[in-house]
Design a protein around this ligand. Structure first.
Ligand code: NAD
Length: 312
């Protein structure tokens, strides 16, 4: 495993990080014992960065991760989140942020997290996120309950506006840099680089669109994007390369992103994804995919308050 410094923090994170949303059953019911084996297998092979949230499985992901990490906490870095608790359940108040960390620490069976992130900020009033949630998160850090503070979301402009208004250590962006969307490098990477902000790229498989199982029922992408995903999967199959591997390899080649978070819940998936680290990029296939995807490239879905949308 290769590791990269996460912005100006002192965290060296693995290029491939463990996304724990599936551990909470976000992509369907899982076998918790298998989830636990997946966590152990990942650590044994150098995947030492785990991202979870109270929102994933409505606390189930944190609980399962905490149980799996018992006795191995010192080997890993844990990132969790606050302020999102349900599909439409957000609370960016200072009081909730400070309560939230204690609840998360209890479920994760630890007394600190490495990264505490304000979850999906585009759903909040940015003034409140900047003036209440962020200072509260900094107090959590000062109390020693979190080593660093970050923000997450789909919409890049509010993430950037917020990081301009108040310093943050990391930004987690999802579904903005993969085979189907590439505008991270236009809207965020140069800014993050200039300010030494750690950049985390999540959802390299476009929330399962780029796998043979296809998009889950709740996937918010437009039907034409899902259909295009199916065509990419087929094209990769015809070329004898599994689409998840091609998609993940593409993301791992990013020159600035410190870690790419892929959702995992089975040993087999961890093993397959680890194999990609030693495989080379198929430039010709990537050109074919670019050509195919062009009509829907960079089409994201509405998320959050209309005033926080990137493309109004
Ligand atoms: P993803 O693109 O990583 O896709 C995950 C899905 O792909 C899961 O169903 C998983 O089982 C499947 N998968 C993984 N490897 C596979 C393989 N080799 N073959 C076939 N299927 C495979 O999407 P994601 O899980 O939503 O994103 C990754 C992680 O990033 C999340 O778990 C979460 O930790 C984080 N994330 C954060 C935010 C946020 O903060 N707002 C948003 C999205 C994701």
């Amino acid at each position: 495993m290769k590791y990269r410094r996460l912005g100006h923090t002192d965290l060296d994170v693995p290029l491939l990080g463990f996304g724990a949303a599936p551990l909470g059953g976000e992509y369907g019911t899982i076998d918790p014992a298998e989830g636990e084996r997946a966590v152990h297998y990942a650590i044994d092979h150098g995947i030492t960065f785990f991202d979870t949230a109270p929102y994933y499985g409505r606390t189930l992901s944190e609980e399962r991760l905490g149980k799996a990490l018992a006795g191995r906490r010192h080997e890993v870095m844990i990132a969790t989140k606050c302020s999102r608790y349900g599909l439409d359940d957000f609370d960016f108040s200072a009081k909730r942020v400070e309560e939230s960390i204690d609840e998360s620490l209890g479920r994760l069976q630890t007394d600190y997290v490495d990264l505490f992130q304000i979850h999906d900020i585009e759903f909040g009033d940015l003034k409140q996120v900047i003036e209440e949630a962020l200072p509260a998160a900094r107090r959590v850090q000062q109390a020693g309950k979190a080593r660093y503070i970050g923000i997450t979301g789909l919409q890049l402009k509010p993430l950037r506006r917020m990081a301009e208004a108040a310093p943050v250590d990391t930004i987690l962006s999802y579904a903005r840099y993969n085979l189907m969307v590439r505008d991270l490098d236009e809207l965020m990477t140069p800014f993050a680089k200039q300010h030494g902000i750690g950049l985390i790229n999540a959802s390299p498989l476009h929330l399962r669109i780029l796998t043979p199982s296809g998009a889950p029922e709740w996937h918010p992408a437009l039907p034409e994007v899902k259909e295009m995903g199916r065509q990419v999967v087929e094209l990769c199959e015809r070329r004898g390369k599994p689409a998840p591997k091609v998609a993940l390899r593409f993301c791992l080649d990013h020159p600035y992103v410190s870690t790419t978070l892929v959702g995992l819940a089975t040993v087999d998936q961890v093993r397959q994804n680890l194999e990609i680290l030693n495989e080379s990029t198929d430039i010709d296939l990537l050109s074919e995919i670019d050509e195919l995807v062009r009509p829907v490239m960079n089409q994201i879905w509405p998320s959050g308050r209309p005033e926080n949308h990137d493309y109004n």
